[in-house]
Write a protein that binds this ligand. Structure first.
Ligand code: FES
Ligand SMILES: [Fe+2]
Length: 520
């Protein structure tokens, strides 16, 4: 299947030097290196487009693996339930007692109707809407109308069929395989990476879901690496968010990326500072072209030689002779803008503070340090007992992938992703972005989010303003993905290629897939 060759790993020394310069104590998990076996990897295209391979995933992975079904905040009270749909399968997760969560195959044992299509609250029983077969919320049979018509039926054989349930960090996992390993074994030492602010101490603040027209792995892999930042998010390429800035490691069933925000990219030219006025503009750090928002939401692009052109938010030319421009930067400065703090905008556009155009002789505070300090100050209001202990590195972008599809971000980032097939469609998936905020230590009231904000496949992420500037970042990411899927269908050879180092995490996903699919 996956074919690997020898390669090299280079970033660890620079990363550890950075840790050694910190004045606060570094959690031991940040000092751990666990490189994947080296080698660029060829992965068959059929994994992304073949219905036969999709079936293999259902049988060998989705029916056997621990997977996040919901969050405890989705089902706070007895009788609250959430259907969890995955690859054409469905499970019903329900709080059956104050300290007990159960999950069942979400299908009536009479003629198969899906028992529940949407989340619900405070159920006293589960009555099938078709002919009213009814179960208690612990899954035991309660009633069959006209039971006299089923001679020989034994109530004890008609309980809802359970699946395994486990909880980590207030995430509710299920596993359809009743003979599976315990969740704790599957997770391994993943919890050791979340010591200062474990997920047990967070609540669900926002939950946005959107259908994407690509295979679930295309989307999931797009959020595993920093390599794409060069082309897709050039506005954050400087200031330490780029190709040679991210450290990748793998540990059992999960992989980790730490985008340090400190190690400077090589070969990026120096540019003049951009004017400091209220115009929204960014410079592409590689070719120096400046993208500037016009009053009507289009984008004026200017080259260092003084050539200009006018473009739409999608990068389509309105006038001028510049030819192709970067559509992701057109989206960044054009179209709908969000009402976010200047701090958040600056953190999303680090060139504003550290760009090569800074001609000042004084070395500015590095944005990662300034960001960490501002975050610490904000967290002091919420979790004062730990806020001051947090090292700068913990405010870096630390993103994990737990096989197969769950992406909890590390440390003090609120973000979690989940990617799953959209029904049985090999060419579509559902991407979810969930924010989890620290539970205030002072007992202050907070309201967990229980609604999923669904976006349509053609909606703009800015339709979910609760995501803040991340919505604009997602627009850039998601712009690529349907075209990746179309490209895979037309690719003139039968494999794609992951690089040795930057694509460590997708390689790890496919290594684990190899392993699971080859199991009897
Ligand atoms: S299908 Fe559920 S009661 Fe008939
Ligand atoms: Fe991205």
């Amino acid at each position: 299947m996956a074919e690997a060759k020898t390669g090299v790993r280079t970033i660890d020394a620079a990363y550890h030097k950075l840790l050694n310069e910190e004045t606060r104590q570094i959690p031991s998990s940040y000092r751990r290196d666990n490189p994947i076996a080296p080698g660029p990897t060829k992965v068959p295209v059929e994994r992304y487009i073949s219905p036969a391979f999709f079936e293999l995933e259902v049988e060998k992975i989705w029916k056997r693996v621990w997977q996040v079904a919901c969050h405890e905040d989705d089902i706070p009270n007895v009788g609250d339930y959430v259907p969890y749909d995955i690859a054409g399968l469905s499970f019903l997760v329900i709080r059956s007692a104050p300290n007990e969560i159960k999950a069942f195959w979400n299908a009536c044992l009479h003629r198969g109707r899906k028992l529940r299509e949407a989340p619900g609250k405070s159920a006293k029983e589960l009555r099938c809407p078709f002919h009213a077969w009814t179960w208690n919320i612990d899954g035991s049979l309660r009633q069959i109308p006209c039971q006299w018509d089923y001679p020989g039926l034994k109530a004890e054989n008609e309980g809802l069929k359970p699946v395994k349930v486990g909880v980590w960090g207030r995430f509710v996992f299920i596993n359809p395989d009743m003979n599976c390993e315990p969740l704790e074994t599957f997770l391994g030492d993943l919890p050791s990476h979340f010591e200062l602010l474990p997920y047990e101490k967070r609540y669900k603040q926002a939950h946005v879901a959107r259908v994407i027209r690509c295979n679930w792995k295309v989307a999931s892999e797009a959020f595993m690496e920093s390599y794409h930042v060069i082309a897709t998010h050039p506005q954050i390429l400087l200031g330490g968010v780029h190709d040679v800035d991210t450290k990748y490691d793998v540990f059992g069933n999960y992989s980790r990326a730490i985008r340090c925000g400190a190690l400077e990219s090589q070969g990026v030219p120096e540019w003049d500072a951009l004017p400091n006025d209220d115009k929204l503009r960014v410079r592409h750090p590689l070719n120096g072209w400046v993208y500037e928002r016009t009053d009507d939401g289009n984008v004026q692009v200017s080259t260092p030689k003084g050539e200009t052109g006018l473009y739409t938010v999608n990068g389509d030319c309105i006038e001028g002779e510049l030819g192709d421009v970067n559509p992701h930067l057109c989206d960044w400065v054009g179209g709908r803008q969000l009402d976010v703090s200047s701090f958040e905008r600056a953190m999303s556009d680090r060139t504003a503070k550290t760009g090569g155009g800074n001609t000042d002789n004084k070395k500015p505070t590095h944005p990662r340090v300034a960001f960490a300090q501002t975050q610490r100050e904000a967290l002091k209001q919420v979790i004062p007992s730990v806020a001051d202990q947090i090292a700068d590195i913990e405010f870096a972008s630390v993103f994990f992938t737990l096989f197969p599809n769950f992406h909890p971000w590390g440390s003090f980032n609120r973000l979690v992703y989940r990617f799953r097939p959209n029904g049985r469609n090999v060419d579509e998936c559902i991407m979810e972005a969930i924010y989890l905020a620290p539970i205030p230590e002072n007992g202050e009231a907070y309201e967990p989010c229980r609604e999923i904000h669904w976006l349509g496949p053609d909606d703009d992420w800015t339709d979910a303003p609760e995501l803040g500037m991340l919505a604009k970042v997602f627009n850039q990411d998601i712009r690529n993905l349907p075209y990746v899927q179309l490209g895979l269908h037309t690719m003139p050879r039968d494999y794609l290629q992951f690089s040795d180092y930057n694509e460590t995490k997708p390689r790890h996903l496919h290594m684990l897939m190899d392993e699971w699919i080859s199991r009897p």
